[in-house]
Design a protein around this ligand. Structure first.
Ligand code: APR
Length: 238
């Protein structure tokens, strides 16, 4: 029998218990910066070295943190289900926990690309994207094509090239699980609406859910404990 398909849509909250700050739990400040200064295309044009320093620090921090029990629980869903993780997070904690099919809607922290390249709806050619691990980049660091390197991150004001792949995955899903996102940032926040009429939607988040849909079951808890509850719930439902 074909395995049921689950899409897991994650946000900053799934990595909070690994020690990475969320965006909106601290008055709009993200690691002491205004999100607009460090995570928008305007911010990049205004002060690229501030932006590079910020992401250099995030990359270094990523090397110091580990996947938590929620990332591991999401990876273990692959034992029983056909799982696609659609994450807004730029960290690599889902990969390191063992998830194998991951769509990074907002880019990847360990990767960089030339600033004049590929920012269109066709996505990015893998040949122009480089994985630098936890290394830093600075003004004057050039790609082979002679252009300044920039983080491979989707900033506010930029297109989201992988949104179509994410919509396809949600439309095909038998169940949607949402973990640790405030559902404030579109288009990611609207993805759950593409779920089939009969597909249940579970949300794991300690905060109130800002959307209404009769299909939603809210597990009001942090990601690590909430994922245990979710796994028990679906075990008893199957
Ligand atoms: N476990 C689960 N959820 C948690 C936890 C936790 N331990 N701690 C906080 N949360 C929840 C918060 O209640 C909130 O709903 O995680 C959510 C975090 O929301 P945001 O900070 O808004 O993060 P996210 O939804 O991922 O932001 C979306 O905004 O700035 C952009 O591009 C950035 O991808 C990001 C996007």
């Amino acid at each position: 029998m074909a395995r049921k398909k689950i899409v897991v849509l994650t946000g900053a909250g799934v990595s909070a218990e690994s020690g990475i700050s969320t965006f909106r739990d601290s008055d709009g400040l993200w690691e002491n910066h205004n999100v607009e200064d460090v995570a928008s295309i305007e911010g990049w044009y205004r002060n690229p070295s501030l932006v590079l320093d910020f992401y250099n620090a995030r990359r270094a921090q990523l090397a110091e943190v580990r996947p938590n029990a929620a990332h591991l629980a999401i990876a273990s869903l692959e034992d029983d289900f056909d799982v696609t993780v659609v994450t807004q997070n730029v960290d690599n904690l889902h990969e390191r926990a063992g998830s194998t099919r991951i769509i990074h809607l907002h880019g990847e922290l360990t990767k960089v690309r030339p600033e004049n390249c590929c920012n269109d709806m066709d996505g990015f050619s893998e040949a122009t994207v480089f994985d630098i691990g936890s290394d830093s980049i600075h003004i004057g660091d050039m790609a082979p094509n002679g252009a300044q390197l920039r983080p491979h991150i989707v900033w506010f004001g930029e297109a989201v090239p992988k949104i179509d792949a994410a919509i396809d995955a949600v439309e095909a899903a038998d169940m949607v699980l949402i973990v640790g996102t405030s559902l404030q940032v579109y288009p990611a926040a609207g993805l759950y609406r593409y779920a089939k009429a009969g597909s249940p939607i579970y949300i794991v988040d300690p905060a109130d859910v800002p959307v209404r849909d009769p299909r939603i079951t809210h597990i009001k808890d942090v990601a690590t404990r909430g994922m245990e509850t979710f796994k028990n719930l679906i075990k008893s439902a199957n």
